[in-house]
Design a protein around this ligand. Structure first.
Ligand code: KIV
Ligand code: ZN
Length: 392
């Protein structure tokens, strides 16, 4: 275990559940649902809420406007491609926010510039600069993203970033748009960009999860100099999704000995946020999902249950209550041991002498073999049936 000695650095959490998260196939949130989530994100303590993509539809514009007018605390951002109509729509969207931000982007990788934009690199730089200048005419806080940055050439990235910073961008985002990069590459890319931009510019990461590396890549970006991380609740988003907010926050929180970073997140709001987003988006959370999945704090095997009954830290690296959940549960099944069985009976109000527990435990194992998971009613039936008492 390494020990971090420096003062923790504050990482800003930029939540894009309502923009990139809503781009998950099949998800469409109405205004009321967006507003409900935005209020919860404010309670959770995110620094920035990306409320939507105002040019996308009149509904999206209205959703961003309502959030900008009604949600207080976080910066409210609206997304815009690097073009006049997009930026004007984003400006109308975030108007009314205490702290509005326009987030503008253009692709910088050779494949995107050639095949998608059909633009020469010089023209891409020119568009980016024009977009940032225009956005700065509406708001002081402008973020620029180089779409597909991790497949872009580093000298070109530095060139376009220096140009947009000169034009007034205050945050520069380096997205791994297609979830292609690795933690080592990400750390090195951020360190390189950091060295080539003035210190006041905030570097941001935005990772997709196509290879299941989004959280690891986001953390590596912080190690390379990112001070804003873009992520979503439950990791929802385009294709395989975005970096998962709750996993990043709890990794920093749990491994403070390794990562010298803090966030402003009220961790006890994490579970509630996860449930709300799942309910309103209609996207279920997989049971084994870290931090917020149903099984994340459930113990099934006898060895683990016995350990947890003696000391929770034996098999729990973080406290369930810390993320707003009930204490870890012991799931009764065929792997459960006698200590957990005794505890489950006692929780149901049965104080049973050890001799009888032995007989009941044999019946329980038998039942678990046949039935899989055993619920409270099964345990009650077992005790009430008294099959363990020899018939005379
Ligand atoms: O993945 C991406 O590149 C994006 C940008 C718009 C930031 O979502
Ligand atoms: Zn994205």
């Amino acid at each position: 275990m390494t020990q971090s000695s420096s003062q923790p650095e504050r990482i800003r959490i930029f939540d894009t559940t309502l923009r990139d998260g809503e781009q998950s196939p099949g998800v469409a949130l109405n205004h009321q649902q967006k507003l409900e989530i935005a209020h919860q994100l404010a309670r959770l303590g995110v620094d920035v809420i990306e409320a939507g993509f105002p040019i996308a539809s009149p509904g999206d514009l209205e959703g961003v406007q309502r959030i900008a007018r009604e949600v207080r605390g976080p910066i409210i951002a609206g997304l815009a491609r690097a073009g006049q109509a997009d930026i004007e729509a984003a400006a109308r969207g975030v108007d009314g926010a205490d702290r509005p931000r326009i987030h503008t982007f253009i692709a910088t990788s050779p494949i995107h510039m050639k095949k998608k934009l059909n633009l020469e690199p010089d023209a891409v730089v020119e568009r980016a600069v024009q977009a940032v200048r225009l956005a700065r005419g509406f708001v002081d806080d402008v973020e620029f993203s180089a779409e597909d940055a991790t497949r872009s050439e580093w000298p070109f990235l530095v060139r376009i970033f220096q140009a947009v910073v000169e034009a007034g961008a205050t945050t520069v985002n380096i997205p791994d748009t297609v979830g292609y990069t690795t933690p080592d590459e990400m750390r090195a890319l951020f360190a390189h960009v950091r060295e080539n931009l003035p210190g006041h510019v905030i570097l941001s990461s935005h990772c997709h999860d196509d290879l299941g590396l989004a959280v690891a890549n986001s953390i590596a970006a912080a190690e390379g100099g990112a001070r804003q991380i873009e992520c979503t609740i439950n990791g929802i988003g385009e294709r395989a999704g975005n970096a998962s907010l709750e996993e990043i926050v709890m990794a920093f929180h749990t491994r403070q000995d390794v990562y010298a970073y803090t966030t402003g997140i009220a961790t006890r709001e994490l579970y509630r946020s996860s449930r709300m987003v799942s309910r309103l988006s209609g996207m279920p959370v997989q049971p084994n999902k870290a931090v917020v999945g149903d099984n994340a704090f459930a113990h099934e095997s006898g060895i683990h249950q016995d350990g947890v009954l003696k000391a929770r830290e034996t098999y729990e690296i973080m406290n369930a209550e810390l993320v707003g959940r009930e204490a870890g549960v012991l799931v009764m099944g065929k792997h459960s041991g006698r200590a957990a069985f005794r505890k489950a009976l006692s929780d149901l109000g049965y104080e049973i002498e050890e001799e009888r527990i032995k007989g009941l435990f044999a019946g329980f194992k038998d039942l678990a073999d046949r039935k899989g998971q055993i619920y409270a009613d099964d345990l009650r039936a077992l005790v009430e049936a008294r099959t363990d008492i020899p018939q005379t």
